[in-house]
Design a protein around this ligand. Structure first.
Ligand SMILES: [Fe+2]
Length: 332
């Protein structure tokens, strides 16, 4: 079996290329949208055919490349039946996937999220965010459950042979892999810990919510593809969470911007008639939220920008009317 570990620096995500050199069949596990050119170049250099794209779960910290790779390569996409509805092959515990002569066993490991899976190929185990080197994924959002996570790790993964190699979905400190035996003995959250002790450790982590969680989860439920109109809708509470981390363009007229409905603090006024001119100077891969009075003009604005090559567009659904109705703060 050919195995390559690839890394996305921005999200600290590991992607794995797994292939059968004899048949040339290959699979990618947890590919990142922004890294698809790198991954495809490697697949081509190694003379492989991408047959399968796997996600260990619906990610909250990066957007999957699955939906983009499918039409580009003809690969099938696979992930948990409890996760994104967009996949070609919904997976259940115990399922087996073939990549040429390589067989991948699906192990359901709910806890980090309710749709988390691990994939085992012989003595190589791809653990997603369930088990990390000397750590584990958090269990405080996306239907996470620390008790389920403890049982998945100790009841399923730790029953595998000690020599099984652990390939994690992330690392934040430069570590690349481990083994089941090593983690059972040295993982500080799990070694010698009972379930209640593990739950107490997880409850005490007090981590901030991941940046742009709502955007990534929404995108990944569609396998990372952008809808036909070229943008996604955001509801007011989601935008309120993102304010300050994402560029907001208000496409109304100046008197509306300063009028009764006000505007979202930090948003920039670019009336619809001047938008395409102004947008010439903006990077095409920048995330932009379009805002107007009711969501109509901003929807048209987003479509126009999509036509101009922008790829990460959002529309405040219901506009400032909905924002005000939700009782969110405005500037005037
Ligand atoms: Fe995750």
């Amino acid at each position: 079996m050919l195995l390559r570990q690839l890394y996305d620096h921005e999200s600290s995500t590991y992607t794995y290329l797994v292939a059968d050199p004899a048949s040339g069949q290959a699979a990618l596990i947890d590919p990142v949208a922004e890294q698809q050119e790198r991954d495809l170049a490697l697949i081509e250099e190694l003379d492989l055919t991408l047959a399968l794209v796997l996600d260990t779960h619906v990610h909250a910290d990066h957007v999957t490349a699955a939906g983009a790779l499918r039409p580009r390569t003809g690969a099938r996409t696979a992930a948990s039946a409890r996760g994104a509805p967009c996949v070609d092959v919904p997976l259940e515990d115990g399922a087996r996937l073939r990549v040429g002569a390589v067989e991948l066993e699906v192990i359901a490991t709910p806890g980090h999220t309710d749709d988390s899976l691990c994939f085992r190929a012989g003595d190589q185990l791809f653990t997603g965010d369930t088990l990390l080197v000397r750590g584990c994924g958090r269990a405080d959002f996306q239907n996470g459950d620390p008790r389920a996570l403890y049982r998945s790790i100790t009841g399923r993964l730790f029953t595998l042979p000690d020599a099984t190699v652990v390939w994690p979905g992330h690392d934040y400190t430069g570590r690349t892999s481990s083994t089941i035996g090593e983690e059972r003995r040295h993982n500080p959250r799990l070694a010698g810990k009972r379930e209640d002790e593990f739950v107490a450790i997880m409850d005490a982590l007090g981590l901030p919510p991941p940046r742009k969680l709502a955007l990534a989860v929404e995108a990944n439920r569609a396998c990372g593809t952008v809808p036909t109109l070229g943008y996604r809708d955001l509801d007011p509470p989601t935008l309120a969470e993102l304010a300050g981390t994402i560029a907001m363009i208000d496409v109304r007229e100046p008197h509306e911007f300063t009028g009764e409905l006000g505007h979202v603090a930090g948003s920039k006024l670019v009336p619809l008639a001047t938008l395409l001119d102004a947008a010439r100077a903006w990077p095409r891969d920048e995330e932009l939220v379009l805002v107007c009075r009711s969501g109509n003009r901003s929807g048209r604005a987003a479509q126009a920008l999509a036509g101009a090559g922008f790829t990460r567009l959002y529309n405040l659904a219901g506009g400032m009317l909905a924002w005000n109705a939700a009782g969110l703060p405005v500037e005037r």
